[in-house]
Design a protein around this ligand. Sequence first.
Ligand code: ADP
Ligand code: MG
Length: 315
Amino acid sequence: MSDAIEIKGLKKTYAGSGKAAPKEALKGIDLSIPRGSVFGLLGPNGAGKSTLINILAGLVVKTEGSVKIWGWDQDVNPRQSRASIGVMPQELNLDPFFTPRAALEVQAGLYGVPRAQRRSDELLEMLGLADKAHAYARTLSGGMRRRLLLGKALVHNPHILVLDEPTAGVDIGLRQMLWDNVRRLNQEEGKTIILTTHYLEEAEEMCDQIAIINQGEKIAQDTTANMLGRLDAKAMVIVPDHDVTTMPQGEGLDVSRRDDGALVIRYRSNTTTADRVLGAVREAGITIRDVKTEEADLEDVFLELTNTGRAHARG
Ligand code: ADP
Ligand code: MG
């Protein structure tokens, strides 16, 4: 059986306009996404995630390479490949004059879903929008718009659901609701889910496989478990009670001093315990006023995988 998505040598160069130079957003990506998985596409802003997803959605035209969706080559079988995938875009682009119900019906019409097979009311119910079925889109909150976009991605009951930064800037309640729906669609309806996020924790919780892209190139792909094993970097920030004269030392500890006098100690949680880090601090004769630990986040991961430098201690 084919993979849900099979991408080979995918390139995209956006033509420059006016004084803007052309931008090579994807530099030759190979990517296979197994059927039935919840797949996380991670990367910093500008990495090319939305470009890749918008190519899958048929919203952006690729420059080079091949894209197969559910076994259908996008160029050879455009209709079948389009029918296999539903995309919830990053931008909240909704026609302000359609009610949620009308927006779903119009979308279903665009996908050629026969009236008898439409499920607008079911989707509105599922997304908690039933009582807004006939409200104008422009009166909907950001969260409601996002839910409606999810509904639009599902009107044709696609095998693959793609979510581009679904939880960027949304409140906890909506985030929970989106994730509950995504889990159910995966587990009960067997849909393959592809999502982008820059919250590592979210990817960790939701995804069974992760690919990381940076500057238009895939730099890693692995199961989430393996990936996190690589990403066990932690940092402890120590606020000393006095000027530090002797820096703490120890194998596996990477110590630096911030401008404000705090010490940032980086270590790997697989091989070093927090207790050992604190021990090294005390051995250096440092009295601790305050301490906190920071998990690796995606930024650390990138810096580590791309070897471009060291993360700044945050907060
Ligand atoms: P991401 O979703 O990972 O943040 P994008 O795919 O949106 O990244 O963007 C990748 C790169 O392509 C960025 O440098 C971005 O500025 C550029 N880009 C995206 N869309 C366009 C466009 N329509 N025209 C020109 N450049 C674009
Ligand atoms: Mg994006």
